[in-house]
Design a protein around this ligand. Sequence first.
Ligand code: AVI
Length: 337
Amino acid sequence: MPVQSQSQEISIDRQKTTGHQGGAPSASVREIIQGLSQQTKILPSKLFYDEKGSQLFDSICEQPEYYPTRVELQIMNSHADEMVTWFGEQCLLVEYGSGSGLKTRSLLDRLPRAAGYVAIDISEEHLKRAASATAHAYPEIPVYPIAADFTKPLRLTRKQKDSAKRVVGYFPGSTIGNFEPLEAEAFLRSIRQTCGAGSGLLIGVDLRKDPQILHAAYNDAAGITADFNLNLLSHVNREAGADFDPESFWHYAFYNAPKSRIEMHLVTRYAQTVTIDGMHRIRLEEGESIRTENSYKYTVQSFQQLAEKAGYRPEAVWTDERQYFSVHFMASNEERE
Ligand code: AVI
């Protein structure tokens, strides 16, 4: 395989995955209004991640109570040698929601003959920086950044697919837990379709555990998760011309055991009416809440069952000693021709 020069030419592929615009409210404003007009009010959790929200999320990952990031990294560092043996030679690694790509390095360090690394992330600036850093650190691996909403169907190019003996999807961070189970299944199916017959998938999944540990992880003492949750309202104000006062809400996160999920809410401190897009009025009664996120927790078996329904065959799983977190390798059910 030709060796790339020290300075790979990195150009961003912008895959547009949503379609709207014009005078009418944008798709995202419509989604906000629709979510707030339901009996149980909701706001989409993707709105957490504006510039400030992404920084707050990085800071959440450093809080002593928020174990998932540390434990997943520890699993990656301890087992990456074994993980890459499941990938096979000359694989194309496709990372969904690549962020800073820190966990990926433990894989790329061990894949000197990888056919390439496709990094998909919605934040273009973040992606550009991370892709350049990766290209610099691994000059022999072609890096293909794609700026897109990774939850929407994506295409790999023929060149990317043909250069590889196998495509391996990578979805770390337990972001799969932020999908409703049926949506998680549909999303895994769409990863399988993007990566193709014979592909593999390495995925991080947070596990069920003592509710007190879960509660602490989403209610850190420094109040960073609270700021992260409240910042969503400032983002909605900008995105949808709304007039939320974040100071009039409380952060509220708890473990809903029957549903095996953490729920994050914003609870209004008093009855109020909020205006969206200049004309849509939303009434909130005292103590009423807006749900901003679900974070589902699985057992190893319950996650494997979900993945099987999406057409994957579980092949290996790694956990930490306390069984707080799991990393699964699975293979697509249909063989590559
Ligand atoms: C991104 N996702 C996996 C995080 C989680 O734990 O569900 C988002 C988060 N919400 C609050 N803290 C972290």
